[in-house]
Design a protein around this ligand. Sequence first.
Ligand SMILES: [Zn+2]
Length: 318
Amino acid sequence: MSAKRLFPNFSFQDAPYNLQYYKPGHPETEISYMGCRTRVIGNNYDPTREISFGRGNLSFTSINLPRIAIKMKSVDLFFKELDRMLQLVSDQLMDSEKLGWEDTVGEVIKHGTLSIGFIGLAETLVALTGKHHGESEASQELGLKIIGHMREFCDKESKRLGLNFSLLATPAEGLSGRFVRMDKKKFGIIPGVTDRDYYTNSFHVPVYYKISAFKKLSLEAPYHALTNAGHISYIELDGDPTQNLDAFEKIVQHMAKVGIGYGSINHPVDRDPVCGFVGVIGDCCPRCGRSEGHAISEAKIEELRKLYPGMPVFRGVR
Ligand SMILES: [Zn+2]
């Protein structure tokens, strides 16, 4: 099914950081990723309730990592400024919790999570070292150090405040465009950092960078273990995966093997509005044989109706 449409995505219950919560026979302890890939499971406030059901992420704030890197320039100063920023976000999340405070929902709020998100690890690494984590092993090491540091902060704040702070691989595509526009204005065009329309999402290896699907997944998987508020990795396929189900399956198996928590495989999907075919359409539609802008004959329509009963066939030229 996923080879034909873009859904379903794949979530991996066996990834160690998901498996640790699972109790056989208790579906509420199974991992579940919401549409925007957020994940709520750990519960520092009440460890007997480490479940998915009836809980949610209350609020999240994302940190613009590339901006800190552009401003600080050196790795040491970057970590100092990152710490200041993390504390700022934590305080702000606590304030937002107070604003929503009602006596009756107090206990519910304590079971929910407050998340710190981030955007543009790839551009951050380029700003600090000249290379992103797809290009250099040293950058991958630094990337894991940065995201690991952020996760440690979340765990510490959770203990200190008795609440659930978690780290989110931010899904906000709109935000990554807005952040880079602001930084372009402020710092100008920096090659590999502010020279595109979007900062790369969360910990992703940039989509424009040529890399094998397997290597991309292996590089991104360790970040899934660190981002306990949610994460996703995408693989973009060029061709028609229904023509190569074996490769499709190998990618899903590789996701499981390297410890991806939530993964998605994208590929071009065409739909012929006349005959309803879904898949990759080259010069002519593999079902009805028409090319774009051409109609199909009455005889062909009859034939298709017999072959695919219940399938709407339109007469118009589209
Ligand atoms: Zn067709």
